[in-house]
Design a binder for this molecule. Sequence first.
Ligand SMILES: [Zn+2]
Length: 413
Amino acid sequence: MVAKRKPLLLIFLDGLRPDAIDKLELLARLPEKRRLKGEFGYSIACHASMYTGLMPSEHAYWFVWQRKKGRGIFSKFARLLGFRIFDSWPIRVLAHRLFIKDVRSANTSFFGVPRPVNVRTRDLADLTVTEWKNYDEYGYIEGQKGFLDVLRDHSVELDLVGFDKSSHEESAILARHKHSGTAPVTYWFLGDVDHFSHKHGQMSREANKEFERLNNVLNAAYKDYCESFGEEPEVLAWSDHGHADVKTVLDPYEEVRLAGAKLKKVFHVIDGTYIRLWREGSDDAMYSRVVSVLKEKPYGFFIEPALAERHGLVFSDNRFGDDIFSLKPGWVFGKTIWGWSRTMKSQHGYCPDEPIMDGVLASSFPIQGGVVSIRDVYATVLGKMGLLENGMANSSKNLALNGLVSEPRHRPA
Ligand SMILES: [Zn+2]
């Protein structure tokens, strides 16, 4: 007879730093704690990696915006986009509101199709979003099974909390959730820490107040959980990356303009901490100019091939950029495709080699190894449910396996 497995409670806290874990009692009292290495990118890359156990080059969810030639969100209007009148952000934002309906309704992802703010309008004939489904939908990662998919394939009842977008803060969804008392796997998905960290900085006094509020929600939800199940669960809690206080906001256009280069003559996307450049659609001479200007900047660096290889960032079609410039912690760009970063007090997305970018993982059960990878979440969840072998079979590549499985380790042949 197989011993009855304890129910499993998964807790995801976007952007929680290892040095902030003690602010949340439920996590603080878990016996196992590890620093966790996220992906070289934003939450989208980290999410895809934690659900699939794959590197960005394998799951291909590196950035929200990617280039697919002729398949951008405004590709229908490709002929119009070249006109200068459309090349201003108010027009772009208005056009997004008026014309994005079709694209939007086909997209059920958590963030949908965001308003493209600082970008060349004509490039929107080529630029589209990477995510088309919500994290909790079956087949979230195109062509790969995430751990939620594998659990569903095995008819494991899931209680998923925080994915329905019914409140701006996921903790509000958790606060009103009533637990089933039956689901072998419950998953609390909480973006709060990331949101209030961007706004206030994670170690600020304002953030402490937010942590207190979140702490109360977690304690109450855990109590409700234990009462409905009549026992304590096994707990696996983790974040996807850390947070670094912002010291300087840079205007990327001005930064290169001072050296006589014009970013607007180059096909580019600026995220909070990256400038991504594509040769096609750029003025050739200006492209080289922009690259050489950025190379001299002390606050960042181009992701060179060896670094890209090591972090799994190599894409044969360069859909995320031909050349990618990354900022160092403490710096962010204003004027991004998202907006102006005016109220940005803290940021992430920097190279995971920087310790300030470490996330954290904590559990009620033993974990092997020292520092773990975000990709280990996949194996740990499925290992805990006795489904690791099945999970591995779904994708032979699935697995970083830095060691952290609680059950006998799978040994690749
Ligand atoms: Zn995140």
